[in-house]
Design a protein around this ligand. Structure first.
Ligand code: NAD
Ligand code: UGA
Length: 441
């Protein structure tokens, strides 16, 4: 089965970069990325300096293929109709209402995609789950495609979860540790798997392309994120013990990580993990465990989230306690709004939680992040019910740290490394040597 045209539904942090890399590596394939958000599509078509996603190396990759074999379009139906293979890279946030609210993944965007594909497709399609989904979602998608699709059209559903991390997305896509493709064990299922293997094999060594059944692929994605987050919660829980005992968390991490069976990555103590995925994916897995009656397993994974909440809270409480419990009249600089360095993404950023707690305790805050736009910071302040009158957003570090009582470092952006000795610095990211308080030390 030869793929000539790809459509990707969802032009976000995953859809944009992954499709740009496929287009670059497969110049013979026409790749069209579509989205219901026309502003986003316009930005993808606009100046390379202002793409909607900030990722080192992304603008070069997009610049190479855009207008040749990479297109961003608002015409969703046309792109679906023309494609042989359709990726679904839409958001799958935690459900806000209804059954499973606060835990289960909200599949309304995925279901809407499946419905559109079913209604529009007049020729056979391979439909690829790129979004992170609960195990057995392919079954639901199959039902929708069957119910709304044209009788003569055949669909094959593949699971191909994405493992890129923000801030290093392009490198992760160029040199993936593995590419996972789950498909049906039928003849046509295996042909569809092979069609996707052939695409990735253009730049990924074949031994790193792992093919499995659909359910293993769906669940492996949730489990991978859960294992990564679990390491962070494990080290963060130990950071509290370090503070009580005089042990040093960095020395502990180093000693633990030198065991080759454990390894050094993801053992950096912090103010907690953020990002749009770890929390939602673990909650989703907890929900699935409960659904299948596995209460102990659910509780085990839920603890990873509880420790993360504990850590965010612990950091903010330390500041509040050190300032005598009442922050009225105090000015605090918040350095870093993104959930990690090298991204403009602030979804689930610990900075938001810490800011809310400090403002709720009476503080005024000054916020600076070199990558996150004023409009996004304002949106977060509003969405999280933070008192806007207590917040000001700065254009540079100097302005932010000027005339404050205390500086809180909440993203590991290297520019916050050397701020000067005369400041009272609380470092949630362990990057500033002069910090008065650093988690775990
Ligand atoms: P995102 O919010 O940045 O992008 C999703 C896009 O889908 C949005 O632009 C939205 O407008 C669009 N969309 C939603 N419904 C649509 C529809 N019916 N038709 C057309 N467009 C629609 O999300 P993201 O960060 O790219 O994440 C997408 C998926 O990938 C999620 O399941 C996430 O868990 C997973 N994932 C994300 C990352 C990451 O680093 N962000 C990494 C791996 C996996
Ligand atoms: C994570 C995974 O690393 C990706 O493999 C996955 O594809 C993605 O989630 C997803 O499914 O969305 P991402 O959230 O972009 O990627 O970034 P990470 O590098 O994993 O960092 C997540 C959070 O953990 C950040 O807030 C970071 O500061 C924090 N972190 C990370 C620590 O506190 N300590 C560490 O040692 C590592």
């Amino acid at each position: 089965m030869k793929v000539n045209r790809i459509c990707c539904i969802g032009a976000g942090y995953v859809g944009g970069p992954t499709m740009a890399v496929i287009a670059l590596k497969c110049p013979h394939i026409e790749v069209t990325v579509v989205d219901t958000n026309s502003n986003r599509i316009n930005s993808w078509n606009g100046p390379l300096e202002d793409l909607p996603v900030y990722e080192p190396g992304l603008k070069e990759v997009v610049g190479e293929s855009r207008g040749k074999n990479l297109f961003f379009s608002n015409d969703i139906n046309l792109a679906i109709e023309r494609a042989d293979m359709i990726f679904m890279a839409v958001n799958t946030p935690t459900k806000k209402e209804g059954e499973g609210a606060g835990m289960a993944a909200d599949l309304k965007y995925i279901e809407a995609c499946a419905k559109t594909i079913a209604k529009v497709a007049k020729s056979d399609k391979i439909v690829v789950e790129k979004s992170t989904l609960p195990v057995r979602t392919a079954e639901k998608i199959k039902d929708i495609l069957g119910k709304y699709g044209h009788d003569e059209v055949q669909f094959e559903i593949l699971s191909n979860p994405e493992f890129l991390a923000e801030g290093t997305a392009i490198q992760d896509l160029f040199k993936s540790d593995r590419v996972l493709i789950g498909g049906d064990e039928t003849d046509s299922g295996q042909k569809a798997v092979q069609a996707l293997v052939d695409i990735y094999a253009k730049w990924i060594p074949i031994e790193k392309i792992l093919t499995t059944n659909v359910w293993s692929s769906e669940l492996a994605k949730l489990a991978s994120n859960a294992m990564l987050a679990q390491r962070i919660s494990s080290i963060n829980s130990l950071s509290a013990l370090c503070e009580k005992t005089g042990a040093n968390i960095d020395e502990l991490s180093k000693a633990i990580g030198m065991d080759h069976r454990i390894g050094p990555k993801f053992l950096k103590a912090s103010v907690g993990f953020g990002g749009s995925c770890f929390q939602k994916d673990i909650l989703n897995m907890v929900y699935l465990c409960k659904y299948y009656g596995l209460e102990e397993v659910a509780e085990y994974w839920h603890q990873v989230i509880k420790i993360n909440d504990y850590q965010k809270n612990r950091f903010a409480q330390k500041i509040i306690d050190d300032l005598g419990g009442d922050l009225r009249g105090k000015k605090i600089a918040i350095l870093g709004w993104a959930f990690k360095a090298n991204t403009n993404d602030s979804r689930e950023s610990p900075a938001i939680y810490v800011t809310k707690k400090l403002v709720d305790s009476g503080a005024n805050v000054k916020i600076f992040d070199p990558l996150v736009s004023l409009s996004i910071i304002m949106r977060d302040i509003e969405d999280f019910g933070i008192n806007i009158n207590a917040c000001s957003i700065c254009n540079n570090i100097e302005e932010c740290i000027n005339a404050v009582d205390l500086v809180a470092i909440l993203t590991e952006t290297l520019a916050y490394k050397d701020l000067g000795k005369d400041l009272s610095i609380y470092d949630g990211r362990g990057i500033n040597k002069e910090a008065k308080y650093t988690i775990g030390k």
